[in-house]
Design a protein around this ligand. Structure first.
Ligand code: MLT
Length: 262
């Protein structure tokens, strides 16, 4: 039995713009950008990219490119002209990327990462690492904020569902509590979506945007659950793979989504 004072906070913040309303109370921030930044970063580190340097602007990325770095830049879903590639998870699965350092800037995701990069531990979450991440968050047992990247400071559906799934899973252990209605709402949206994730997300604005750009393959990949047991963590401004090998099976996590979701 855990008393309220033992319980740690889990809250969901919907956009980087709302982050100042939440920051300060948390030890750990999980940045989410399901379509596609955090899915791409998690995939990249899982497939062997050694480091990712997230930068906020295209100009910063260009400065790194001029110094010889591999650079990836995405704006409005497209690869920015002059860069090696954008934000597709598939770009990072290439054997040639193993052991490499990549500089990355994206429309929303890298901005959210930079905002959170203050005193807290900052990790990346997505549907691809959902259960692995939840297991680690439960073991870690710290005041945790899920920071959704949203779209240009507006709420988006896919990050809200992923944040709601994380909050729901942590709250069900009874070792966490939440105070914010944003968390309650994210949890209920996740619960409505979990039986039919793909059809629910048909309504997502960024999914439609990416499909117009003809990148259905990326959308399908990013909406697939539990494919990469990897947690990217920010260390001195650089994303690296967290050294985590779960030993505690007490909380073997299985976030409920219908098998039809995939
Ligand atoms: C972002 O950071 O805004 C997204 O990841 C955009 C995308 O990949 O399409």
């Amino acid at each position: 039995m855990h008393t309220t004072s033992d319980k740690k906070l889990i809250e969901v913040c919907y956009t980087p713009g709302q982050y100042p309303l939440y920051e300060g109370k948390f030890d750990l921030v999980v940045v989410i950008d399901v379509l596609r930044a955090t899915s791409a970063i998690t995939t990249a580190l899982h497939y062997g990219v050694e480091k990712i340097i997230p930068v906020g602007t295209v100009e910063e990325a260009r400065a790194f490119k001029a110094k010889g770095y591999i650079t990836a830049a995405e704006r409005d879903g497209q690869v920015v002209e002059g860069f090696d590639f954008g934000n597709s998870p598939y770009a990072f699965m290439d054997e040639k990327m193993k052991g490499k350092t990549v500089v990355l800037t994206t429309t929303n995701g890298t901005r959210a990462i930079q905002l959170a990069a203050s005193k807290c531990t900052v990790v990346m979450g997505c549907l691809n690492n959902l259960d692995f991440l939840c297991q680690w968050l439960i073991e870690r047992h710290e005041n945790t904020l899920v920071l959704a990247s949203g779209w240009k400071d507006k709420v988006n559906l896919e990050d809200t569902i992923c944040g709601g799934a994380i909050a729901n899973t942590l709250l069900e252990t009874r070792r966490f509590r939440s105070n914010e209605d944003s968390t309650v709402a994210a949890k209920f949206i996740y619960r409505s979506a979990r039986e039919h994730l793909l059809s629910f997300l048909r309504a997502s604005s960024h999914r439609r945007r990416l499909i117009q750009l003809n990148i259905q393959q990326d959308v399908k990949y990013c909406l697939t659950l539990n494919t990469v047991p990897c947690i990217p963590v920010l260390k001195d401004g650089v994303l690296v793979r967290l050294d985590y090998h779960p030993v505690n099976t007490e909380y073997a996590i299985k976030t409920p989504f219908s098998s039809h979701s995939n």
